[in-house]
Write a protein that binds this ligand. Structure first.
Ligand code: PLP
Ligand code: COI
Length: 337
């Protein structure tokens, strides 16, 4: 598509040619159905509308320097959506069906996969919703699985330029024994108010603290948090954060680079000891952080206005693998033939 200005794409919805759907009815999943419609018709008593039976995923396809299209670790997203579905009593999408739907929908929208080096990628949004009608609080007996795609640019307008985050004590995104480890819409609804307030106060997003002690770093908006010091990659271990596939990959790349990796509770005060800090996720990739301000205490942690050397190295390695420029030694890419 020559009329798309790839390098100025925002992270947002973009209409493409096809999306794919699959229905769970009478106790089984049906066939993949491809459609050009952007709409879903459903019963007004569908459980996704009332009781939040909704799960989603976020993943990306990249056009490599060899012009091949690569999906990054789609089986990990398939597994996570499976876990999420079980967590909120939805019929899980079989992992092979999930990956097949992703491959097929990318193929049918090939002209929207941005060129290598444009800084853009094709974002895939798998979605699973309870469509069966219920008024009692119970799981639906029918589900709809959809995958739509669209070309996207950077999640934060700054791209790889460091962004500002605000620590909030007066909001929780998720509770330790709640749904924080699942990718359900309700967690994002719970983050909208604090996220908007952070924007209004001049920050890219908030950093949430653990809901019990308000002492440890939890989630960084819609991304995981990591900090670097003394050749060590430190990232929170918490029962209320989403297990990020990007973070899992970065932990491996950090090990490959000879770094120590620590997954453990990270107290807020430890922020003053990090050389570099960042948010990571499919949409955020690695978003280095220049400033963190604690909204409660007013304390400010500064990390400099340029991305640090470890963030740069990790970013170049991760995006290099995704674009086919760096050897994919862990077999993370699924090449779409
Ligand atoms: N945490 C939250 C709350 C998210 O929404 C995301 C995005 O998917 C992540 C972390 C990062 O996860 P991943 O790297 O698998 O995209
Ligand atoms: C992602 O990184 O894919 C996300 O889901 C984050 C956000 C856009 C919800």
């Amino acid at each position: 598509m020559s009329d798309i200005n790839w390098s100025s794409l925002p992270f947002g919805y973009y209409k493409t040619d096809w999306n794919v759907r699959c229905y769970y009815r009478n106790g089984k999943w049906g066939e993949l159905e491809f459609t050009q419609s952007e709409e879903i018709t459903m019963h007004m008593a569908a459980t996704c509308l009332h009781y939040g039976q909704e799960a989603f995923e976020g993943m990306k396809a990249f056009r490599g320097v060899d012009n091949k299209i690569r999906l990054f670790r789609p089986y990990e997203n398939a597994k996570r959506m499976h876990r999420t579905a079980e967590g909120i009593m939805m019929s899980p999408v079989p992992e092979e069906l999930f990956v097949k739907a992703c491959i097929e929908v990318v193929k049918r929208n090939e002209r929207f996969v941005p060129p290598a080096g444009s800084g853009a990628s094709l974002y895939l949004r798998p979605l699973l919703i309870g469509t069966g009608a219920e008024v009692g609080v119970k799981p639906a007996d029918e589900y709809l699985f959809v995958v739509f795609v669209g070309p996207v640019g950077p999640y934060f307008k700054e791209g790889f330029k460091p962004v500002k985050f605000q620590i909030v004590e007066d909001f929780d995104r998720a509770a330790p024994l709640g749904t924080g480890t699942y990718k359900v819409g309700g967690n994002y609804a719970a983050s909208l108010y604090s996220g908007q307030r952070a924007h209004d106060e001049g920050f890219s997003n908030c950093i949430y603290l653990d809901a019990i002690h308000k002492k440890y770093i939890d989630e960084a908006g819609a991304a995981n948090f990591f900090g670097i010091k003394n050749n060590t990659y430190c990232t929170p271990k918490s029962p209320s954060i989403l297990p990020s596939i990007t973070n899992m990959s970065l932990r491996q790349l950090a090990k490959d680079l000879g770094m120590t990796v620590e997954e453990r509770p990270i107290p807020v005060e430890e922020l003053s000891t990090f050389e570099e800090v960042a948010a990571c996720g499919t949409a955020a990739v690695i978003s280095p952080i220049c400033t963190i301000q604690d909204r409660g205490t007013g304390k400010v942690y500064d990390y400099g206005t340029e991305a640090g050397p470890v963030c740069k190295k990790l970013y170049d390695t991760l995006t290099g693998i995704q674009e086919g420029k760096v050897e994919d030694t862990h077999n993370w890419n699924l090449i779409i033939e």
